[in-house]
Design a binder for this molecule. Structure first.
Ligand code: HEM
Length: 243
């Protein structure tokens, strides 16, 4: 149902927004480097991807990167922790038992916070959505609203995208940066590729240019191979398959 929202022309329309948000992240990182402080790179990549994902899915600019703290990010991290705690503890698997635990109560609280932004957009601001600063591209929620889905289904889709899309992207970029720092010769080669295609400043990014960044693609793929984001996939085969 949501597949049409991920077509090439829609994704391309978001490139200016991605550029604006990535620039904000690079500025923030630059400030840390200038101050000579140690920092957790994931806090930067995750606030950047959250800004991107809220703007693309909900059509609102949350300006998360403008603040050094982000309670929504804390809620997301808590939810991932709860999923992991439950997955590795067999006693927490049966729903009837899980419902009596403090982990379940924490999950309910965290879920309420997690769902708040999409609920607010869907139920409180029904008429018009505030456009993002740089993008005229309509958001996922705009597109889903003109589909046959009811509000509950739309909310579900939005929350799935926010949950599935944020941490994966943020961790991929954070890991790639870490690996680049560990392999300066690769960093140099990548830097040269960017210089060739963009000159001294990476700005006004075009889709065609992105397609030419073959070394960048190799770096990202190799980072995902070395440090997989989704190393485990929870699926049950329902019939015999040939691999
Ligand atoms: C490096 C980045 C990413 C990785 C490695 C990744 C990986 C995965 C994997 C392994 C699955 C499970 C597939 C399966 O069960 O067969 C999945 C599902 C999914 N991903 Fe991603 N993903 C990434 C980024 C994103 C982004 C950016 C979005 C959205 C904007 C997204 C949205 C989804 C959705 C909607 C699902 C399906 C969830 C469901 O079945 O309920 N992912 N992803």
């Amino acid at each position: 149902m949501i597949q049409p929202s991920f077509n090439q022309s829609i994704l391309r329309g978001f490139i200016p927004l991605f550029e604006e948000k990535a620039e904000a992240m690079v500025r923030g990182l630059g400030e840390m480097v200038n101050a000579g402080q140690t920092f957790d790179i994931y806090r930067f990549t995750a606030r950047c991807t959250l800004d991107m994902i809220f703007a693309t899915t909900l059509g609102t600019d949350m300006h998360i990167q403008e603040s050094s703290t982000c309670s929504y990010l804390d809620v997301l991290e808590e939810l991932f922790e709860i999923v992991t705690i439950r997955a590795v503890n067999i006693f927490l698997h049966p729903q009837w038992l899980y419902r009596w635990t403090s982990v379940y109560r924490n999950e309910l609280k965290a879920l309420e916070e997690f769902c708040r932004p999409s609920k607010a957009i869907l139920y409180e601001k029904k008429t018009s959505l505030s456009p993002t600063e740089s993008g005229k591209q309509s958001s996922l929620v705009d597109q889903l609203k003109s589909s046959t889905l009811d509000n509950e289904a739309i909310e579900h889709e939005l929350n799935t995208i926010i949950f599935a899309g944020n941490e994966t992207s943020a961790m991929t970029v954070a890991n790639a940066i870490l690996l680049l720092a560990m392999h300066p010769e690769v960093q140099e080669k990548l830097y040269n590729e960017l210089r060739i295609h963009f000159g001294p400043m990476v700005q006004h990014i075009h889709h065609e240019t992105l397609n030419r960044l073959t070394y960048l693609e190799m770096v990202l793929k190799e980072s995902l191979r070395l440090l997989p984001i989704a190393a485990v996939i929870g699926r049950r085969t329902t019939e015999e398959i040939d691999l």
